[in-house]
Design a protein around this ligand. Structure first.
Ligand SMILES: [Zn+2]
Length: 90
């Protein structure tokens, strides 16, 4: 039999979860995800005239070193954030 919750139970649960802190945490995670967005062209530091590389996986905008091809997206940071929410980023 499913458990019945009263309005007071729900209110107590919401207060215990600290909605303001939850919203701040989600906003921070969104900022992290934005910084670790995939580059659409997946080119990293590869010159655009190297057509043969256009089919490679997208790379993270943030990870990797300048002059490198980039880290394949989803990078480790995106994978760690996805794990928090129990989802697969790929
Ligand atoms: Zn990254």
């Amino acid at each position: 039999m499913p458990q019945e919750f009263t309005a007071a139970d729900v209110a107590e649960h919401i207060a215990r979860q600290d909605p303001a802190a939850t919203l701040r945490r989600i906003a921070a995670h969104r900022r992290i995800l934005k910084r670790h967005s995939p580059q659409e062209e997946g080119m990293g530091a590869i010159p655009p005239d190297f057509i043969e590389y256009r089919e490679i996986s997208p790379v993270c905008e943030r990870c990797g070193q300048p002059g490198e091809y980039g880290v394949v997206w989803p990078c480790d940071d995106v994978r760690d954030l996805a794990e928090i929410y129990g989802v697969s980023p790929s």
